[in-house]
Ligand binder design. Structure first.
Ligand SMILES: Nc1ncnc2c1ncn2[C@@H]1O[C@H](COP(=O)(O)OP(=O)(O)OP(=O)(O)O)[C@@H](O)[C@H]1O
Length: 367
């Protein structure tokens, strides 16, 4: 059964344009000019209980505006929304007991108070039974591993520590739906991984439905099962993450810091740097066409490997046979690149989409 139903949702902002300079300010005061922006246009989708949905799109696509309408913070210009049977902007109070939201850029923890005090305040706001609350709080302190920070004022916590406390606070009243707007923004790789694991754990153990926005492909890949991609306020793709992954996340980027120079890796054959390098890396197991050289300069080498055509291990092994590797990072392509590839397919999943590396490599290769 759908617990979120969105039908033809739209939001247009009308804001006054500010003029610069005294004369212009006086003129705009007498004759104000307004600018309208269609942040969300005719959006329809539904969400089943227990789903984990990635809601993705570039900056300004309308993700936060949609979340704000689903949580009752903003009124829509038109359209209907039912969240757990409530109309969010009309029944915000009743809905608040059953949902929660985290905006990665804004904290819900009281800045000068330790998280424990915020938890106590939230328990009163949500009118929780005190015995139940204490059990829940201790459970979340344990799950999120925040016992060491719970008595430290929020302002003194690192971003990762604060985010774990934020999420613990979010789950305190056992919400049925959690809206997470960029929950991993600004975190290091370990903190990101931790947050992803915790979100996934609570989804599985408590069946909480999650709608998550992120610019990080790892969040989408590791936490979500379905993805809605929006652009200019419109849905351009609604697919399972498995499909999205197989079509768009198959490329991995390998960043290497070599003991020797890239020049030492080149064959003596004629040709450009890219093909001489690829020739040197190739073995019978490797499909050279699956490797793109994104950067090759001095001691740095960045490759993009299409894992459909070419497994990562032999590529790395082939480099290790020839050079000592000082440092290596394997990453997914940036979400923006994947989204750009999706735009390229005009909203359809299509294998003919050119690799994002094709665009990048031409400019980055040091001849
Ligand atoms: N209160 C507002 N008044 C006027 N315009 C707004 C307001 N809030 C958002 N917008 C505009 O609506 C559009 C969508 O903004 P929104 O914050 O929903 O995007 P987003 O997809 O969340 O972007 P980001 O990834 O950068 O957070 C943007 O063009 C933004 O400038």
């Amino acid at each position: 059964m759908s617990i979120v139903e969105v039908e033809h949702l739209a939001k247009t902002f009308r804001s006054r344009e500010r003029a610069s300079g005294i004369a212009e300010s006086m003129r705009s005061f007498a004759r104000p000019r307004y600018r309208t922006r269609e942040a969300v246009k005719d959006m329809s989708f539904s969400l089943e209980a227990g789903e984990v949905l990635a809601f993705i799109g570039p900056n300004g696509a309308g993700k936060s505006t949609t979340i704000k309408m689903l949580t009752g913070i903003l009124y829509p210009t038109s359209g209907n929304v039912r969240v757990l049977g409530f109309t969010p902007w009309q029944q915000r109070h009743q809905l608040a007991y059953q949902i929660a939201s985290v905006f990665g850029q804004k904290s819900q923890l009281w800045y000068h108070l330790p998280p424990q005090d915020t938890f106590n305040l939230l328990a009163r706001i949500y009118e929780l039974d005190m015995n139940e609350y204490r059990k829940r709080r201790d459970f979340l302190i344990d799950v999120f591993d925040i016992a060491d920070y719970i008595r430290t004022p929020a302002r003194k916590l690192s971003l990762g520590e604060r985010m774990r406390c934020e999420l613990a606070a979010t789950f305190l009243h056992k919400p049925r739906i959690v809206f997470l707007d960029e929950p991993t923004i600004g975190l290091d790789v370990i903190a990101k991984q931790r947050i992803r694991d915790l979100i996934a754990q609570l989804n599985v153990e408590e069946g909480v439905t999650i709608l998550l926005t992120s610019h990080d492909a790892g969040d989408v890949e590791q936490v979500c099962r379905r993805a809605i991609v929006i652009n200019h306020g419109e849905i351009i793709l609604d697919e399972s993450v498995a499909t999205l992954k197989s079509h768009y996340l198959k490329a991995k980027t390998i960043d290497l810091q070599l003991a020797g120079t890239v020049e030492e890796l080149l064959t003596n054959e004629a040709g450009d740097q890219q093909s001489r390098l690829k020739l040197q890396l190739s073995t019978p197991e490797l499909d050279r066409e699956g490797i793109q050289v994104l950067k090759a300069q001095g001691h740095s080498l960045r490759l993009e490997v299409d894992t459909d055509r070419c497994p990562l291990e032999p590529v790395i092994a082939s480099i290790m046979q020839q050079q000592h590797i000082l440092d290596m990072t394997i990453s997914d392509p940036p979400m923006e690149t994947i989204i750009a590839a999706i735009y390229g397919s005009q909203g359809t999943v299509d294998n003919s989409i050119p690799s994002p590396a094709a665009v990048e490599s031409a400019g980055l290769l040091a001849e």
